[in-house]
Design a protein around this ligand. Structure first.
Ligand SMILES: Nc1ncnc2c1ncn2[C@@H]1O[C@H](COP(=O)(O)OP(=O)(O)O)[C@@H](O)[C@H]1O
Ligand SMILES: [Mg+2]
Length: 262
């Protein structure tokens, strides 16, 4: 059994090699080049108050005490995603991005929309000793997987179900005055039979930019291998809609007309 401190250090060593996700100095644990003479120096992991807060967050949300993440993803550089067995912690470097994402997820939660990832918990502290901005959400299964190359295994009728579910998610977000800002299949996952929208890092005000539907359709079209002319034409037509309600009603009508069931 690892002690609390050993577990904290292990998390730092495994996940937080990049400075700044918690505090500037809590992550000095990896071999890296020293600025002055370019030699590799062994740094020692530090157990800081920010690490302690991260451990508390894990403890509160796991229901099983302290556990290590299954995997850690750091794709965009400004966030670090720690995927646990049934929840996910997203650590933000930037407080402004954290505030925006937290606000969108909080409003979405209150609206009761089932097609937007649900926020379970959050923490945001920044003072001389502590710097941590983190959001805990439910876990989903991303629909796009990367095993060597980018893979997507969705049948055409499932794509229509996706348009339906994500159309409802976008309608909720748009009514709140936001756009998702990066509405591609990379930011859509599954929970049971539902398709769920996540990743609001690029969210913006709807009056400034509104191209979620165009993005969504383009991303799906790009990923659809087999599609006939009729479907292509229809998707071309709906991709021009700005209004998510109009998009949604067109999807429903098309599915009814051509007996697409999901
Ligand atoms: N709730 C979640 N459940 C499971 N995996 C997730 C979840 N959130 C993020 N991920 C994984 O982490 C990756 C990056 O997270 P994301 O929120 O899309 O940030 P960004 O694309 O800005 O780096 C996703 O592509 C996905 O593989
Ligand atoms: Mg993403």
């Amino acid at each position: 059994m690892l002690s609390r401190k050993q577990l904290g250090i292990s998390i730092i060593q495994r996940c937080l090699r990049d400075d700044g996700y918690l505090t500037q100095r809590c992550v000095d644990c990896s071999d890296r080049k020293d600025g002055k003479d370019g030699k590799f120096v062994k740094f020692v992991a530090k157990y800081t108050p920010s690490v302690e807060i991260l451990l508390q967050l894990i403890e509160q949300n796991s229901g099983k005490g302290l556990i290590l993440p299954e995997k850690v993803v750091s794709s965009s550089g400004s966030v670090l995603v720690m995927v646990f067995d049934n929840f996910v912690i997203k650590l933000f470097q930037n407080r402004k991005t954290f505030n925006k994402v937290g606000n969108v997820l909080n409003c979405a939660y209150e609206s009761g929309c089932d097609f937007i990832v649900k926020m379970k918990d959050w923490v945001s502290i920044q003072n001389e000793k502590i710097r941590i901005h983190a959001i805990v959400t439910e876990k989903l299964t991303p629909i796009v997987t990367y095993t060597g190359d980018r893979k997507l295994n969705l049948k055409n009728n499932e794509i229509f179900k996706l348009f339906h579910d994500i159309g409802i998610a976008l309608d909720t977000i748009h009514k709140l005055g936001y756009t998702q800002g990066d509405c591609t299949l990379d930011n859509i996952g599954r929970i049971g039979k539902k398709f769920v929208l996540f990743d609001f890092n690029c969210a913006g005000r709807i009056e400034v930019r509104n191209d979620d539907i165009a993005f969504l359709v383009k991303s799906a079209k790009f990923n659809l291998k087999k599609m006939d002319e009729k479907e292509k034409d229809f998707l071309e037509y709906v991709s021009s809609f700005k209004n998510s309600i109009t998009f949604l009603s067109n999807i429903k009508e098309y599915c009814k007309e051509y007996d697409i069931e999901f």
